[in-house]
Design a protein. Structure first.
Length: 302
């Protein structure tokens, strides 16, 4: 039996693994106070509020271009049309509630609170809707006149109808059934750059608007004449006529928004890449404002 040879073992020592890795601890920064300057620093923004360059005394005042006026009028007409549409729809709902109450009241006694609520809704809608519709019509007429001017300048043409005919065509009863649609058809014909010798043919969207516009005016006229009749049944039928008139007005207002935005985009398209962002660099030649100096009270503590 041979003797066993001794085993060769290599021992490697390694440090124990800590539960948390070691991190070099950095000393906390020491606050040495605010920076000190030997003199007041001259850098920084000027002690001025933002002003357009044209507000500097002696500079030429800008002249608003027709396209800018048209955009401004469109920015006012669109909210007014939306308000008119919402108010007309609200009034139509109030008229529908009133008619339902009339049907129920034939066989039952209605509570006074419900009747007062219905009357308040109808009166509120009857006041807000005409006022908003009148303002929207006024701003819309001004936008139409300015849009005709812009379209004429872009195509180097002159509108056939004078401005007074356009205004009269919107306001005069009977004539306003035809002339507003014809004026918009001429405007659309000019915007699309079609030959002036060709007869204007309105688009399908304009024809739809024209039909809703004429229907709304006709129903509004019938409603006004129907309100002159006396009798309980005539008053009940008048509620339905008011309901129909308000519903048509809401449709006309919403379609007018779409039509106005379409024509406004064709006449004055906005390129986002061409929009400039202004930055105040310096103000030259501006007079220093006179700051009012208050008198120091005699009993003030120094």
């Amino acid at each position: 039996m041979q003797p066993m040879q001794p085993m060769r073992v290599d021992w490697v020592a390694s440090p124990p693994v800590p539960l948390r890795p070691y991190r070099s601890r950095r000393p906390d920064p020491h606050y040495s106070g605010p920076p000190a300057y030997p003199a007041p620093p001259r850098w920084g923004f000027p002690a001025l509020t933002w002003r357009w360059p044209t507000t500097v005394p002696g500079a030429d005042k800008p002249v608003a271009q027709p396209v800018d006026r048209m955009r401004a009028l469109a920015g006012s007409a669109v909210p007014l049309l939306w308000i008119t549409g919402v108010a007309a729809a609200f009034t139509a709902g109030a008229e529908l509630l009133r008619y339902i109450l009339l049907l129920v009241s034939r066989d039952a006694v209605l509570p006074a609170g419900l009747l007062y609520t219905s009357d308040a809704l109808v009166v509120t809608g009857g006041v807000v809707t005409p006022v908003s519709a009148a303002l929207a019509a006024l701003v819309g007429i001004l936008w139409l006149l300015r849009a005709r001017q812009v379209a004429g300048e872009l195509t180097s043409t002159r509108p056939d109808r004078p401005n007074w005919q356009v205004v009269a065509g919107v306001l005069v009863p009977g004539v306003n059934l035809v002339l507003p649609g014809a004026t918009l058809a001429e405007l659309e014909h000019t915007i699309l750059g079609k030959p002036s010798a060709e007869r204007p043919r309105p688009s399908r969207e304009l024809l739809h608007w024209w039909g809703w516009w004429a229907g709304s005016l006709l129903v509004s006229g019938i409603t006004l004449l129907w309100s002159l009749r006396a009798g309980v049944q005539a008053q009940a039928d008048g509620v339905l006529w008011h309901l129909l008139a308000d519903a048509l007005l809401a449709v006309v207002a919403i379609r007018s928004v779409r039509l106005l935005k379409r024509y406004n985009a064709l006449l004055a398209p906005v390129n986002p890449a061409a929009v400039q962002r202004y930055e105040l660099i310096s103000v030259r030649g501006a007079e220093l404002p006179e700051l009012p100096r208050r008198e120091r009270p005699k009993d003030a503590v120094r």
